[in-house]
Design a protein. Structure first.
Length: 229
């Protein structure tokens, strides 16, 4: 059920999901890449557990949410039924929610400041959890957007590792809405290559094929699967 209280038709949802899968495969082949190396995060924010369940039943296991509170309300039950699922936090994280984020998510893609690195490190130790971390990079240098600047990324990565003992797997970006995304995707890929980070999370419903052409290893697709929010 989305914000308009319209239940998502299951057949349509699976058809849209399969269409996205096919387009990922095509984009990968066009780029000379193996589609198996591209992870699809199905972004289920604002959609209910009832809307998500058919996709789980269809075999998909990797999902993204942008709010800790919302994820806590719907995912614990789903996880009981599907213990092998992988939940990604793709929205900004406040330090007062770190405990819940570390408990409920398998991947946090939005690490972007020292204070958060420190509080995640504390919670990982306390909960004996292993959560994959990606650093969010503000490629557009937008004042209102989270993320470290590309020039700060190397120092921040070093600090995450050396000061806080964190395992950083990759980088994530959200290009400015009105901009042509490819230069941002290229910049993120170059940065990841230079920093020797394997995971590159970029591309949403409107531009995931371009992101794959630019080297994305993780795409985050919401509305193209679940419908308009
Ligand atoms: C909502 C969201 C997405 C998915 O957006 P769609 O355009 O619906 O595919 C991807 N990434 C982030 C960070 C988001 O908040």
């Amino acid at each position: 059920m989305n914000a308009n209280d319209q239940p998502v038709a299951h057949g349509e949802l699976i058809a849209r999901y399969e269409a996205v899968r096919q387009r990922i495969a095509d984009a990968s082949h066009n780029a000379g890449r193996d589609p198996a190396c591209i992870k699809l995060v199905a972004v289920s924010k604002t959609f209910s557990a009832d809307d998500i369940r058919p996709l789980l039943a269809h075999g998909h296991r990797c999902f993204g949410e942008n709010r800790v509170q919302e994820a806590m309300a719907k995912w614990p039950k789903l996880r009981e039924q599907f213990p092998d699922l992988e939940l990604h936090l793709i929205g900004p994280l406040q330090t007062n929610k770190t405990r819940e984020a570390v408990r409920h998510f398998d991947v946090i893609q939005t690490l972007d400041r020292e204070k958060l690195a420190s509080s995640i490190a504390v919670e990982l130790a306390k909960q004996a959890r292993d959560v994959k971390l990606l650093i969010q990079v503000n490629t557009g240098l937008e004042a209102q957007k989270a993320g470290v600047g590309a020039v700060e990324a190397e120092a921040f990565l070093a600090s995450c590792r050396e000061k806080y003992g964190l395992n950083i797997y990759g980088l994530m970006c959200i290009p400015p809405v009105d901009a042509e995304p490819s230069p941002h995707f290229d910049e993120l890929r170059h940065l990841a290559t230079r920093l020797r980070l394997a995971d590159i999370s970029m591309g949403m419903s409107g531009d995931y094929e371009r992101a794959i052409a630019c080297g994305a290893t993780i795409v985050r697709v919401g509305s193209a699967i679940f419908g308009a929010r």
